[in-house]
Design a protein around this ligand. Sequence first.
Ligand code: TXA
Ligand code: MG
Length: 323
Amino acid sequence: MIIKASPESISRAANHIRDGRLVAFPTETVYGLGANALDPKAVAGIFAMKQRPSFDPLIVHICRLDQLWELVTSRDERIIRLARHFWPGPLTLVLPKSQLVPDIVTSGLPDVAIRMPANDTALQLIEAAGVPLAAPSANRFGRLSPTRAQHVEKQLPDLEIILDGGSCSIGLESSVVRLEPDGFRILRHGAVTSPMLTEIIPPSKLTTSLTLSDASPGLMLSHYSPETKLYILGQHPIPNDTSKAAYIGLTPSEIKGYHSVRFLSENGNLEEAAGNLFFFLHELEDKWLDFIVVEAVPETGLGIAIMDRLRKAAYRFHHSTNE
Ligand code: TXA
Ligand code: MG
C-alpha cells in the first residue's frame, strides 16, 4: 500500500523494519525494497519478494558514517575522502565486510556494497529503524527500476508499506565502485562518473574498465527491462509499421508515424534525460504498444549509464538466451 512519507508513517515503517518485515522507500536514485540488513531472515524476504536469485548481492544503506566502520574491515583513507565528497549521494562502495554483515546480504562474497542515500525520507527511516537497511531496487528481478511509488506498487502489489516520497531526483541506480590498491573499478555506471572519482582519488594505474571475470555479480546482459519490446535506434532494425509503437527521443524534433512520442530533455541535458528514462518506459509499457524505439544518447558523463541501462533493457528482445 502506498503511504505518503511523514514523521508518523516513517516511524510506523521503522517499526515494521525492526519486526523483520519489508518496506519500500524513496532514494535519490530509485525506490528501494528495504529490510534490516543484520537480520538474515528479513533479508531472505527481499529475495523472495523480488524473485531475485541468491547470487545477486544487496546494497546496505546507512545514514551516518560511523555505521560504516561496523560493517567493513577496511580503513583505507580513500573511503573518507569519497564519503566526504559524495555521501549522502549516488555512490556505492564495495569494501571487505565485517562479521556483522550476514552472508545472505553479500551472496557469500567477502565484500559488502554500502551507500548513504541523499533522500531525507530514506535517511530518517534508517535513523528511526536504528539498523542499516539492505535494499535492492524495488522491482521484480530483471525488470524496470521504480522512480515513483506507483511503479513499486505495479510490480510488488503485496507490499504493506510503500513510503511515497514523490519522484526520484536522479532516476538511475547508483554508481557501484570497488577500491583497488592502485585505483578503482566501476562495477556499475551511474551519476558519479569516472572523472569525478579520479578527481577525488587519483589512481596510480587506470583500472576503470570492466572485464567479465571481475564484473559485479548482479550485472547481467539482460536487466532493467520493460514489458514492451524495446529497440535502440541505429542499433536494431526497426519494424516498418510504427502506428502502434512509441518513440523516445533525446531532444524535441518532429517524429511522425508513431502512436506516442516522448522526449527525454528539452535541450539534451543528460541529467534530465536520465531522470525521465525509467519514467517514460514505465508509462509506455502500461499502454501495451507493439514496441518502443529509443534514440541512443552520447556516451559521455551520465550518457554512459543511460546507454548501459538501455542496452540491458533491450537485450532480451534481441537474443534468444539470457547469457
Ligand atoms: O541506486 C541504487 O543503488 C539502488 C537504491 C535502492 O539504493 N539500489 C540498487 O540495488 O540498485 P540493486 O540490488 O538493484 O543493485 C545492486 C547491485 C548488484 O546487482 C550488484 O551488481 C552490486 O550492486 N553489488 C552489490 N553488492 C555487491 C558486492 N558485494 N560486490 C560486487 N557488487 C555488488
Ligand atoms: Mg536493481
